[in-house]
Design a protein around this ligand. Structure first.
Ligand code: AMP
Length: 428
């Protein structure tokens, strides 16, 4: 299967070739023809599957073959949960639309609204937006959505998690009902299904990675360790394995800052991104990380959403998320576009309930490895498996750590996770 088989125009094929893509990914193979035929689409696909090109390429083609010479108001609206994702989608629109003359713009909060108003006034055909800022523009009547022909809801589950449902419903209420709607979500919760039922007309269902399943090329591991020793173990692992680029997740903004400082003290070039950082600071941090100037990027779930980093080899859960779906999102940052990746979770005794929920969601057990010298003092693990690594000294310091097969640890039945526990305890 090649991109030529999908019915894309020469201008789009040229742009795709420039990116070096030789073969469409499974989601692209399914989504592109369906969207070109004007169908609504409900796709379950994580970041890393090539979903952005999967909706952007046909969207560009549809707008291009039905030109609207007035070019005043947006004809395609793409809603994303975060500014980072909005920027990335906008970049993709520009990249794939390089040989077309469709105007695109991005609007999100946290930056001044003035320049966005100017851009909208000049007229755009494709608008990428986060829901909150779009509502501001609607309130100020600086955007007119009456000409929208195609609506994309990207990372829909995350938009709902972030509490955007009311904003989304307000936006939906003013869009022309005759539009084509494309919904993308990494997970299918009841709420997502409900939204899809009210929004989509006879949609084409696309499910590439099976439902709620972590990308198969991601090797997952759990390292039981006491909370107080997690930072030391993480520094050791980064040094020992000589990881050059590692994305580390914490649950809170404060935790992200503190860990970044501690890792920096350990001599690792580290930076943190979270919701309290300015957009400029987040963009800079991401660029430094991508360019290899920063080795460790510590992020909260919200800040990391939609990070587009090619071939990220390692993702570390410094703390497990209390919402199991977040685990799937986090580890979706690695093992992307066919590359292998590794997702490592440092788990202390009070996180075993979270681990159990994650394993239930994935319907699989994640192998556990205890590292000698870091054996947890409190019980919690459900047993161990053969470690894969060899003995060695850490790169920094002379601590003489070694890894050995762990003694069987006491297993403790994790507490069931109730609704209250599942609620996001911290926001980022
Ligand atoms: P996405 O799932 O949209 O976040 O895309 C993940 C990554 O895959 C991005 O870095 C894209 O540039 C890349 N990508 C998208 N489509 C292809 C393709 N057909 N072949 C290779 N890489 C691709």
């Amino acid at each position: 299967m090649t991109f030529e088989h999908l019915g894309l125009s020469t201008d789009l094929l040229r742009a795709v070739a420039l990116q070096g893509y030789t073969e469409p990914t499974p989601i692209q193979q399914q989504a592109i023809p369906a969207i070109l035929q004007g169908q609504d689409v409900f796709a379950s696909a994580q970041t890393g599957t090539g979903k952005t090109a999967g909706f952007t390429l046909p969207l560009l083609q549809l707008l291009n073959i039905n030109p609207n010479h007035k070019h005043r108001h947006p004809r395609a609206l793409i809603l994303t949960p975060t500014r980072e994702l909005a920027d990335q989608v906008n970049e993709s629109v520009k990249t794939y639309g390089k040989f077309l003359s469709l105007k695109t713009a991005v609007v999100y909060g946290g930056v001044s609204i003035g320049p966005q108003i100017q851009t909208l006034r000049r007229g755009v055909e494709i608008l990428v937006a986060t829901p909150g800022r779009l509502i501001d523009h609607l309130g100020q009547k600086t955007v007119d959505l009456s000409q929208v022909e195609i609506l994309v809801l990207d990372e829909c589950d995350r938009m709902l998690d972030m509490g955007f449902i009311r904003d989304i419903r307000r936006i939906l209420a003013i869009l022309p009902p005759s539009r084509q709607t494309l919904m993308f979500s990494a997970t299918f919760s009841g709420e997502i299904q409900k939204l899809a039922n009210t929004l989509l007309k006879s949609p084409t269902l696309i499910e590439v990675a099976s439902r709620n399943t972590a990308a198969s090329q991601v090797e997952q591991m759990v390292y039981p360790v006491d909370r107080s020793r997690k930072r030391e173990l993480l520094s050791y692992m980064i040094g020992f394995h000589n990881w050059k680029q590692v994305l580390v997740f914490t649950r809170t903004k404060h935790g992200a800052n503190r860990l970044a400082e501690q890792l920096a003290q350990d001599g690792l070039k580290t930076t943190a991104i979270h919701g309290n950082k300015s957009q400029a600071a987040r963009t800079r941090a991401l660029k430094d990380f991508k360019d290899g100037k920063v080795r460790v990027l510590v992020a909260t779930d919200v800040a990391s959403r939609g990070l587009d980093i090619d071939q990220l080899p390692h993702v570390v859960n410094f703390e497990l998320p209390n919402v199991p779906e977040d685990y799937v999102h986090r580890i979706g940052r690695t093992g992307r576009a066919g590359k292998e990746g590794r997702a490592i979770s440092l788990v202390c005794s009070d996180e075993y309930a979270f681990l159990k929920s994650i394993e239930q969601l994935l319907n699989q057990r994640i192998p556990q490895h205890v590292i000698a010298g870091y054996e947890p003092t409190s019980p919690g693990s459900r047993g161990t498996e053969q470690p894969q690594h060899q003995r060695a000294n850490p790169v920094r310091g002379n601590r003489n750590h070694s890894q050995k097969q762990a003694p069987p640890t006491q297993s403790k039945k994790p507490k069931p996770v109730g609704n209250r526990d599942r609620k996001r305890l911290h926001t980022a």
